[in-house]
Design a protein around this ligand. Structure first.
Ligand code: 0PR
Length: 378
């Protein structure tokens, strides 16, 4: 509240906690089964417990939490293996996809001295923040009829000012995997950054489940950097993102007051409890557990598609991952009306439609219930 004042005196504990309790009840929690518009989910119960045990952890001052640093290294290695990171890669822990994408453009600008960024129309809005912050110029690559970047257009757009090209593996709106290998061929020496914030922890498991999805990671030589977020489909507590780069990140500063000598991360002091929490999740589930989670999300996504088609809606594309979007010209109104009834669904802009992210907290009963409510407003 804007008119709130710093209290002069302390308030009795029970009174404060009862306010906090009311505030918490205002949340739309994942476990209610009404959240269809989020890329995050309810983490594993044990991970939540572990998170609570490390609230003091701050990797901005790593000497105070050496064990967390060790777990961070193990996570870096484990995810590096999943995305075929080369032997001497660089990896920085971030607060999520936005920070990873900022680091990518920062690296590209610093290394090339250039300022233009070629973005697919699908690119997440975090790139616009990054461009503004770094004084870079975003230029959009047109989309073809499959909602993928037009490769001929890209070829014609690269010039002496191009600092970086971005490709997305798991687009925010449609969950598509862009043709990263073909983009890499066109880019040559220009920095190709892959935003796999969402898809990076879905695609490897989908492929293990036998789905045919094109390469998107460091297995392609022309991929320079990758953003990948455990706090989306990694089932991690928030915040946890990772930025992988083929080369050492070019900016580091001395940090003489702290236990580490230098800092290369954007953030200084940072909550780091999600690191032991995510490590715990990886240990508990293994690849096998993640495959099962991804398989269930895909089955539920297919169930949702059938259910929406029976309402007369047309999928914009056949879902590649657990994101399903449907053509609709009144999406904004529907999202608002569903929100008023206590449901969170989302929408797409390119093209206009309704968007559903079928995360592990969504089951078939939730889909049936949501369909019933949606049918009243479409
Ligand atoms: N890259 C891609 C491909 C993304 O989809 C997102 C987030 C980001 C980067 C940025 O990640 P961070 O938000 O971790 O910085 N996409 C989600 C979206 O815009 C973010 C989100 C998550 C929104 C949870 C709402 C929500 O409840 O849909």
């Amino acid at each position: 509240m804007m008119n709130a004042k710093f209290p002069e005196k302390g308030t009795e504990k029970d009174q404060v906690l009862s306010i906090i309790d009311k505030i918490r009840r205002m949340n739309l929690e994942y476990s209610y089964g009404r959240v269809f518009g989020s890329m995050c989910t309810k983490p594993h119960d044990i991970a939540l417990r572990v998170h609570g045990m490390f609230l003091e952890a701050n990797l901005g001052n790593p000497g105070l939490c050496r064990g967390v640093l060790e777990l961070q290294n193990e996570i870096h290695g484990a995810i590096g293996e999943l995305i075929n990171a080369p032997g001497d890669y660089e990896v920085l822990t971030t607060g999520g996809g936005t920070e990873g994408n900022i680091l990518a453009l920062w690296q590209a600008r610093k290394e090339s001295g250039r300022k233009t960024v070629l973005l697919p129309t699908s690119a997440h809005f975090s790139f616009l923040k990054a461009c503004d912050l770094l004084d870079m110029k975003p230029v959009y690559i047109p989309m073809n009829e499959d909602y993928l970047p037009d490769l001929d257009a890209l070829e014609g757009m690269i010039d002496d000012n191009t600092a970086a090209v971005v490709g997305v593996a798991g687009t925010t709106e449609l969950g598509l995997v862009e043709p990263i290998r073909e983009m890499a061929d066109i880019c040559g020496d220009i920095h190709l950054h892959v935003d796999a914030a969402f898809g990076g922890l879905v695609i490897p498991f989908l492929r293990e489940l036998g789905r045919d999805i094109p390469d998107f990671d460091f297995v392609i030589e022309g991929v320079d950097s990758v953003t990948i977020d455990p706090h989306k489909m990694g089932f991690s507590t928030i915040p946890l993102g990772l930025y992988y780069s083929r080369r050492r990140f070019p900016v580091s500063v001395e940090s003489p007051y702290l236990s580490g000598d230098r800092q290369r991360t954007l953030r200084g002091t940072r909550t780091s409890a999600s690191i032991p929490a995510y490590w715990t999740t990886i240990k508990l589930l293994g690849k096998e557990g993640y495959r099962a989670l991804v398989a269930r999300c895909m089955e539920n996504t297919e169930y949702l598609v059938e259910s929406m088609v029976s309402l007369g809606m047309e999928p914009i594309v056949e879902p590649v991952m657990n994101i399903a979007s449907f053509h609709h010209t009144e999406a904004q109104r529907i999202v608002r009306e569903m929100e008023a009834k206590g449901w969170n669904i989302s929408r797409t802009v390119n093209p206009p439609g309704l968007r559903f992210v079928i995360m592990p907290h969504v089951d078939r009963a939730n889909i049936d219930h949501m369909r019933e409510e949606l049918a009243k407003v479409i």
